[in-house]
Every structure is written in structure tokens, then in C-alpha cells.
Design a protein around this ligand. Structure first.
Ligand code: ZN
Ligand code: ZN
Length: 159
């Protein structure tokens, strides 16, 4: 089932493709658009598969950013692949498409709030609770690292 929001993204992908076709005077097939991107990644372009994947969790909270930048960013990867073959992902070909076709400043990283997709783990010392990243949490589990509270100097313990 495609939601209204997903349909708007698909339409935006099609519009971006048409814009690229017009600007570069060549035809591009419509890519397959899926909403199964996980982790903190907003979207990804699968060049040989001619497929775009978007993160449904981030999309739900950040439609404007997806419309303005993330969709053109991923479309530009496909267009760069079609025009130039295998080139550096954010190299000058991709940057050129971002600027000349989409009139956007090429940025490689999104600035979305990823708190919902990157879980944190609650720890406690004598004075307060702390939220640790998955990476730190795993280090503690593997007994590779202990973390001390900056305030009371106590060892952080799982809550
Ligand atoms: Zn990219
Ligand atoms: Zn403390």
C-alpha cells in the first residue's frame, strides 16, 4: 500500500527525473521507488537496479527536507550514473547535476533529527541518568570500556 506521503515522494522523484531530462536533453527511465531504507540514512540510490530507497521513519517527520533536498540528491546519483557511469558518489559529476539541474548546494549529509532511528541506552551514576549511544553500550557489554560521569566521577551502570 502506498500512502499519500509516499505518493508525493514518488511524484517528486518523477518531477526531478523530468527536470533532469529537460536540462540534459536525454531520457531517463522512472526508477523503482521503495520505502525500506533503515538506520540513520535518509535515502539511497541503487544504480544498477535503478532504484531509490527512502527511510520511512525519517520521511514521516521531515517531508519538507525530503521534497527540497533528499529526493533530488538521490535522483542526482541515478542521473550521474546514467550520464557518466560509475563515478565517485559525491564527486564533481554528481555535484554538477545538483547545481545545474536542481539549483541546489551539493551537500553529502542530511541534517535530520535521527533520535527516533538511533536508539540510546539509559545508564545511571550516583547523580543522574545518562543516555549512551549503541556504540558505547556495546563496548560496555563487551567489557572493553567503562564510562565515568563527568560530574560525580562514578561508573555508569545500566538502569
Ligand atoms: Zn549521496
Ligand atoms: Zn554522576
Amino acid at each position: 500500500m502506498t500512502s499519500d506521503l509516499q505518493q508525493r515522494i514518488i511524484t517528486r522523484v518523477q518531477d526531478c527525473m523530468q527536470l533532469a531530462s529537460a536540462e540534459l536533453a536525454r531520457e531517463f527511465a522512472q526508477p523503482l521507488v521503495r520505502f525500506n531504507q533503515g538506520g540513520r540514512i535518509a535515502g539511497s540510490a541503487w544504480l544498477e537496479r535503478w532504484e531509490l530507497r527512502f527511510n520511512p521513519v525519517l520521511l514521516a517527520d521531515n517531508e519538507a527536507e525530503f521534497m527540497a533536498e533528499i529526493v533530488p540528491h538521490e535522483v542526482a546519483h541515478l542521473v550521474a550514473f546514467a550520464c557518466y557511469g560509475k563515478v565517485k558518489p559525491h564527486g564533481r559529476e554528481w555535484q554538477h547535476i545538483m547545481q545545474s539541474v536542481f539549483k541546489l548546494t551539493p551537500r553529502t549529509r542530511h541534517r535530520l533529527d535521527t533520535t527516533k532511528v538511533s536508539p540510546t541506552f539509559s545508564y545511571q551514576c550516583a547523580c543522574r541518568s545518562h543516555q549512551l549511544t549503541l556504540r558505547r553500550h556495546n563496548k560496555i557489554l563487551r567489557a572493553q570500556q567503562r564510562y565515568l560521569c563527568l560530574h560525580c566521577n562514578g561508573v555508569l551502570k545500566r538502569q
